[in-house]
Ligand binder design. Structure first.
Ligand SMILES: [Zn+2]
Length: 492
């Protein structure tokens, strides 16, 4: 099949190819010789080069900056993987590397194992490592229930006596750790074995969240910590999945400012995070960033149906413009900020925004896809798979559980359709909006990039865990309703 670029001495080396892509004059001058020049390349490589030509940005900025230098270096690293097959992976019928499913499963299983001593500094990230690995394994179709006991044990000791989760035993509770811990527990839980769900102390967690709610509507990440949009997203994820009361606990400091609900001022606070260029930032006045865009859209999609909340709190035209500009050409993957480099984790942080955005559009506009799914899948399969397993930011980087999880979530978003149906939404029901998403099978349009064998599982667009786990969890805690909370107003 296709020979790798490095073995293909007759073809252009990556640097010459980069020059050609960047410099129209060189390209035009060399065109007459192109037949002879490309005679040693395979049909697959020829097709890839034609594709790269088709997505080339026609305007080249000639003013040189540090940013343009590193962008060129990035292209030099990425192009060989889009043109050829340096890892010598088996290719699918479209000339694209197959998803290396077994290798990625082994990588993530190892990520759930023991770590050498220098990783002690990562101890506070333990809940994240568990979440990324379990979510990555799930989307690859690997049954993760074998990890159930270990997960419950890990988070039993990381649960703080006053509510919420820290990184490990004795750590202070933090909203990011709480988010990752709760999602991990839910992923290995099953209604037939309620001890897993019941390992979460919901009442204490509710009090912990009450300490984080701010008078302006947002949430701090930890008591006395920073207030940013991750807080809004993580808090709403936990409140809605665990069916916690939306009324503030009596001891919540925000009550002293007249607030009574976790939802007070929240939509307008998220709206203030939209930056001048249309993107969403961590907090009002900051620079827009892809991961914060996902948090903002995710939070608003829990606050109410996206058909109502997105347009109410955001300028969607400007946001769509900003999100579209994050898809890099010719790389196909996403960057996270203006003038930054392609990075596999934004396959989810930005790629995952589109399902939410499309749900907020009028039905006729949402019929057609407004992002290039094939280009993203091409980047992930060609350039983000590490030879020995795991996925990466970009070629030349090492794999890790974080980039493996979010590359795979982005691949799933590219491969699948899901829709939002507000007809069964009950406004009076506790944070009901995010439970009306439906998986609608595979995306069939566009240029074929992935084979059937390369398809992975659906991911819930708001909760970023399997659909079935979202439904099981909410169903379980709806059954428990507000048990033990007494409506949140009785001095608990
Ligand atoms: Zn990254």
């Amino acid at each position: 099949m296709a020979s790798s670029r490095s073995q293909d001495s007759g073809a252009l080396n990556p640097s010459a190819r980069l020059e050609e892509i960047l410099n129209d004059k060189i390209r035009i001058q060399e065109l007459p010789d192109s037949d002879q020049e490309y005679e040693d390349i395979s049909p697959e490589e020829e097709a890839h080069m034609a594709y790269l030509e088709s997505v080339k940005i026609p305007i080249v900025e000639t003013f040189r900056t540090d940013s343009s230098e590193v962008q060129d270096e990035t292209l030099e690293a990425v192009l060989p993987f889009l043109e050829g097959n340096p890892n010598d992976f088996p290719l699918n019928e479209f000339g694209i590397p197959h998803l290396q499913r077994e290798k990625h499963i082994k990588f993530l299983q190892k990520a759930l194992g023991d770590y050498p001593a220098p990783f002690a500094m990562m101890d506070a990230s333990r809940p994240w490592i568990v979440y990324w690995s379990l979510q990555g394994l799930s989307v690859l179709g690997y049954p993760i229930h074998e990890y159930s006991e270990r997960v419950i044990h890990t988070f039993k000791i990381a649960q703080h006596p006053n509510g919420g989760y820290g990184g490990n035993y004795g750590h202070l509770p933090h909203l990011a750790a709480t988010y990752a811990a709760v999602l991990s527990i839910i992923m290995v839980s099953d209604p037939t074995n309620p001890t897993t769900y019941d390992s979460i102390n919901r009442k204490n967690l509710w009090h912990f969240l009450g300490q984080l709610k701010q008078a302006d509507g947002g949430f701090n990440m930890t008591s006395g910590g920073e207030e940013d949009i991750r807080g809004a997203y993580c808090a709403l994820i936990v409140l809605s999945l665990l069916n916690l009361p939306t009324s503030l606990p009596p001891d919540a400091p925000a009550r002293q400012h007249g607030l009574t609900s976790f939802l007070d001022n929240l939509g307008s606070w998220i709206g203030k995070c939209q930056a001048f260029d249309g993107g969403i930032s961590a907090a009002p006045g900051n620079e827009a960033h892809g991961a914060y865009a996902f948090c903002g859209l995710g939070a608003l999609s829990i606050l109410g149906p996206p058909t109502e909340t997105l347009h109410k709190y955001l300028d969607m035209d400007r946001l769509i413009h900003w999100l579209s500009a994050r898809q890099c050409a010719p790389e196909g993957g996403y960057n996270g900020r203006t003038n930054k480099l392609v990075d596999g984790c934004y396959s989810h942080w930005v790629g995952g925004c589109w399902a939410l955005v499309e749900a907020g559009l009028p039905p006729q506009d949402a019929q057609s896809t407004i992002w290039n799914r094939d280009a993203l899948a091409r980047y992930i399969l060609c350039a983000a798979q590490f030879a020995k397993g795991g996925l990466v930011d970009k070629p030349g980087k090492r794999p890790d559980a974080y980039h493996t999880c979010y590359n795979l979530a982005g691949l799933s978003a590219a491969q699948h359709k899901c829709t939002y149906d507000a007809k069964d939404y009950v406004a009076s029901k506790n944070l009901d909006a995010a439970f009306h998403w439906y998986a609608k099978g595979r995306f069939e349009g566009g240029t074929k990039v992935w084979a059937e064998k390369d398809e992975i599982e659906h991911v819930h667009p708001v909760f970023v865990i399997p659909f079935s786990k979202v439904e099981q969890c909410r169903g379980y805690f709806e059954g428990r309703d507000k048990e033990g909370f007494d409506g949140g107003e009785n001095g608990l």
